[in-house]
Design a protein around this ligand. Structure first.
Ligand SMILES: [Zn+2]
Length: 322
């Protein structure tokens, strides 16, 4: 499933991008860029992943749809060469009192590298499209709010085996980001559990590696994409440099969907990661999305071009880590 090989056109796109940012100079006699280094991010493939996820239907924590999605993504990342580790935990459903099995998935690349980057996305979907005026108890498939971050990471997997050091990368798929049935239900169950486990492991000296930085990818496929900086990420002194780096990469690559100023403040998985896990994590999110939490959050509202804009920037940011 994972495509590590680059088509000739992709190689030239990467070359142009590298030349544009001054990373390399053009030498006509130079042999082709090595395959691993040239592996690039395809919006078309990312969009195909998004459509495959959405085709499962709703993927609420603990549901059959979630189980199917988990099977699909675990197969995908294992085939791409990752070390896939489930992180299971239980919550109690506030209404029924029943236990609900939750599972974060940690997808590791270059596990030997002690300094690491976390790329997170929630992979559960909201139980109901409660902001939908006509059908608030209708079917919610979460194409942008749920599938987009997962699809982006599925496509990014192809470039990870060839990622040169020094940093290793963990993709973390969070369960229970919005297992929310009513106004009093807590959000971010998966990222909270993950952050607590990580902090405890660090404190006990059991976790020897550490996260240098993190990005949360949420709602990154809107066909009308404009990603402003998220205000919390900008306001925290230790995450501000991460924001600056990402938007600087976008500027140098000419990716105009990244708008270099704060546009909204969002509660998201980056909050527990930063506050509990002490991981400097920025939220990459386009929060101006009219279909948010409605039945209209479908693949039709998303585009591969948008996924490619974000995926290319994230990949280049990873490649520039020193
Ligand atoms: Zn949501």
């Amino acid at each position: 499933m994972a495509s590590r090989f680059a088509r000739p056109i992709a190689v030239s796109v990467v070359l142009i991008a590298l030349v544009a940012i001054g990373a390399i100079s053009v030498m006509a006699e130079e042999p082709a860029v090595p395959v691993a280094a040239a592996a690039s991010f395809s919006g078309a493939r990312a969009m195909a992943h998004l459509e495959a996820i959405v085709a499962i239907g709703p993927r609420v924590s603990g549901s059959e749809g979630m189980r199917q999605q988990r099977e699909m993504v675990v197969d995908h990342f294992r085939a791409a060469g990752a070390t896939v580790t489930p992180q299971r935990f239980q919550i109690r459903d506030r209404k029924s009192g029943q236990g609900v099995a939750m599972e974060n998935i940690v997808i590791g690349w270059h596990p030997d590298r002690q300094e690491r980057i976390l790329l997170g996305a929630h992979y559960d979907t909201r139980p109901f499209p409660d902001r939908d005026r006509d059908d608030p108890r209708g079917t919610f498939v979460g194409a942008n709010d749920g599938a987009s971050g997962v699809a982006l990471l599925m496509e990014l997997a192809g470039a990870m085996p060839g990622l040169e050091g020094p940093v290793g990368v963990d993709f973390v798929l969070f369960d229970g980001e919005e297992y929310v049935f009513g106004p009093r239900d807590p959000y971010f169950l998966g990222s909270t559990h993950f952050a607590r486990q990580y902090a405890a492991g660090r404190k006990a000296g059991e976790t020897t590696w550490s996260y240098r930085a993190g990005l949360v990818l949420d709602m990154v496929a809107d066909a009308d994409l404009a990603i402003f900086q998220e205000s919390k990420s900008v306001s925290w002194p230790e995450t501000r440099p991460v924001v600056d780096e990402v938007w600087d990469v976008a500027r140098r690559m000419g990716v105009r969907q990244f708008i270099p100023r704060p546009g909204y403040e969002v509660e998201d998985d980056h909050v527990p990661l930063r506050n509990l896990g002490k991981i400097p994590t920025a939220d990459i999110i386009d929060f101006n999305y009219p279909a948010w939490h409605t039945t209209r959050d479908t693949a039709a509202a998303c585009s591969g071009e948008s996924l490619e804009a974000v995926g290319s920037v994230v990949l280049q940011w990873l490649r520039e880590q020193r």
